[in-house]
Structure formats: C-alpha cells, structure tokens
Write a protein that binds this ligand. Structure first.
Ligand SMILES: [Zn+2]
Length: 203
C-alpha cells in the first residue's frame, strides 16, 4: 500500500541528452574532416572519434541518420587514404617521366575519391594539378582510369541489398549502369543509381 509505480524510464540520462552526445561526437568528426589539411594529423584524429561513435551506436541507434552511418563506414578508408597521401605527397616533387607521373596521378586520383568532401581532398587536387601540368599526355590517360576508381568508391559506400548482401554496379553493354545484388541470379533485386551517384560517376 502507498507504493507508487516508478516513472517509466528511470535512467538518469534523458533521451535528449543521449542523442546530444551522439550529435556532439558527429559534429566533432565533421569538424575534423573539414579542418585538417595535414594528412597525418587527420589520420591520427579520426580513429578515437570513430571508436567513440561506435561505442555510442548500439545504445543510440536512432540518433544516427543513414548519412551518418555511411560517413562512419567511410572513416577507415579515409584514414588509410590520408596515410597513403602523406607518403605520396613527399615524393611528388621528385617524380619524373610520363610513366612515373601516370602511376602517381592514378594513385592520387584514387585517394581523391576516397577523401571526397574533406579538407585534405583540396590538397590532393593541388598535387594532381602540379603533376598534370608536368605531363599533359599522362593527364588524358588517367581520366579514363578515374571512372574505374569512382565506380569502386561508390561500391564501397553502397547500401546493402534488401537480402542483406552487397550490391554491385552493373554496366550493361547497352549503356548506363544500375545496382544489382552480388548474389545474382540467387537474388534478382536491382535499383537505379540516385542522381547524386550519377553526377559523382560522371565527375
Ligand atoms: Zn540481394
């Protein structure tokens, strides 16, 4: 008698505060990507932020948008690309000859795609311009290769199929491209690319 039912959700953190913590961590991650032009500083700053968000995720799933999750999935590749760029950028002044310039251009284009939307991407672009001016012939050849890199980058960020497996980009001989399930013919699910994905592919 006289015992009142305890209020629902007796947790000390209100749902609002919990999602605030997620939002703050996501903002910190975004600031990191937008501010650091030093590749090694970026590569060191990202893993702790990713670890923090991964720890928050199981408890606060609903606080993460689809775009947030896509970004988080990209972070390990961004860290690796930043480290690779740090190595490559040091070599650029000494790169000589069309063949060597071509291979550096290809590597830098690949890093540029992985680092898309970060401050470091601007530095990668600058190194690409420097090399392109040194060898205009190699620049034309690398343009074709860039599309392959973009395809690969899109696939890395793709949503899984509704069956849970990986989607891959299909390019029929008739032209265009679409998403198809990697387990085809077991799963025949397909869907179109978004306008944003098309624009990204066509650069
Ligand atoms: Zn499927």
């Amino acid at each position: 008698m006289g015992i009142k039912p305890s209020p629902p959700g007796g947790c000390s953190d209100s749902p609002l505060r919990m999602s605030d913590e997620v939002r703050q961590s996501l903002d910190a991650l975004d600031a990191c990507l937008q501010e650091h032009r030093d590749a090694l500083v970026l590569a060191e700053a990202l893993p702790p932020l990713l670890a923090q968000l991964r720890a928050l995720y199981p408890v606060h799933r609903t606080a993460f948008s689809a775009a947030d999750i896509r970004l988080l999935k990209r972070i390990p590749a961004i860290v690796e690309a930043a480290e690779d760029f740090s190595d490559l950028a040091g070599d650029v002044p000494g790169v000589r000859g069309d063949g060597e310039i071509l291979s550096y251009l290809e590597a830098l284009q690949e890093l540029r795609v992985l680092l898309q939307g970060t401050a470091l991407e601007l530095r990668v672009r600058r190194e690409i311009r420097v090399l392109q001016q040194r060898a205009p012939g190699a620049a034309a050849r690398v343009k074709a290769a860039t599309r392959v890199h973009r395809l690969r980058a899109l696939e890395l960020q793709a949503w899984p199929c509704r069956c849970g497996e990986v989607m891959t980009l299909r390019q029929p001989k008739s032209g265009g491209q679409y998403w198809g399930c990697s387990t085809y013919p077991r799963c025949e699910y397909t869907h179109q690319l978004t306008d944003k994905q098309k624009a990204f592919l066509d650069g």
